[in-house]
Ligand binder design. Sequence first.
Ligand SMILES: Cc1cc2nc3c(=O)[nH]c(=O)nc-3n(C[C@H](O)[C@H](O)[C@H](O)COP(=O)(O)OP(=O)(O)OC[C@H]3O[C@@H](n4cnc5c(N)ncnc54)[C@H](O)[C@@H]3O)c2cc1C
Length: 332
Amino acid sequence: MKIAVVGVGVAGAYLLNRLSKEHEVVGFERMKECEHDSICAWATTIEGMKDLISKTGLNFEDYILHKGVKMDIITNTPFSLRLKGLCTYDKIGLIKDLIKDCKIIYGSMIGREIKDEFDLVIDSTGFNRTLLPRLDNELWIPTIQYKVKYDKMPFEDFMLKPFPNMNGYFWYFPLNDNYAHIGAGDKNKMHKRIVDEFVQEYGGDIVKKVGRPVRLTPPTLCEPFIDDNVVGVGESIGTVFALLGEGIIPSTTCADLLINNINNLKYYRKKVLEEFKIYYDVFRFVRDKINNEYTLIKYLPSLIKIYLYMKKRESRFGMEIKLSNMLKISRL
Ligand SMILES: Cc1cc2nc3c(=O)[nH]c(=O)nc-3n(C[C@H](O)[C@H](O)[C@H](O)COP(=O)(O)OP(=O)(O)OC[C@H]3O[C@@H](n4cnc5c(N)ncnc54)[C@H](O)[C@@H]3O)c2cc1C
């Protein structure tokens, strides 16, 4: 097939690498090649990524920048989570290696006009969802992130500060060589102020400032994700685990599902809806917390369902999962 992959982020790069082996594939990226970057805190888990990346012939562990031991959660009663493989990695470095032998056209904001030139067009444009129909009543969180260079790191390991009502959180994720990503996403739009206050308190040289919204609407509510010869993958169809704002593993998993079912898109749709079914429960929980419609009695069954899902997959989530910690956060 002649395939266009529009958007070269984590999902697009993975698709380009693997589909190029059997198809005639062209990638399109709106950023210029010299500015190509990935707006993200670059945190993921070894267990969640290593098998997916090994299918490309690369070794995920070669890209790790910092392996976490614990994550401090700052609330009125602070606590720590024991980490099980949560790390930061060189996300753009891996993307660039994945697409090394692929044909990419940079610096072009692509729209639906390319539809007729290809057998299949993949919308991997992330939050933009440029090639698929617009969605109504979306839930998304605005974010801002700074890359900061420190003389001495203010914290040695991961740190996270959740905001009341699950409106978002502040993060401090160490990279390598005394760099860290610090950022925040906040439905109440206080994110920039909070990140600036952190910089005022702890100093450091800001070397990069980025930001974009993150889609929390799950795949169940992102249909259609097949429209004529256009198919969506990754965050363009809502593969973000809303409780954590985590999209790297879900978007790569979604790309893997598309590769396995590239000749049967109806089956791909079915598999996506199955794989990300729990994301709807997680989304409802977060949405209703944000809207102040959450009560523990009403949500206890779904909270337990989410807890059991995560507990069974502790290594995939890279941290110990305790119901008591989930209840602490849900009470904020
Ligand atoms: C500040 C921030 C921090 C985050 N931190 C984490 C984290 O630590 N861990 C985690 O798991 N998730 C994190 N996420 C979420 C995660 O980054 C995304 O969910 C994930 O990268 C989605 O992958 P994707 O490939 O679907 O889309 P993206 O990675 O967003 O890639 C989309 C690509 O498409 C390009 N593009 C868009 N429109 C067009 C167009 N019309 N034509 C051509 N190109 C186009 C974009 O430039 C981009 O390169 C974070 C998100 C943000 C905003």
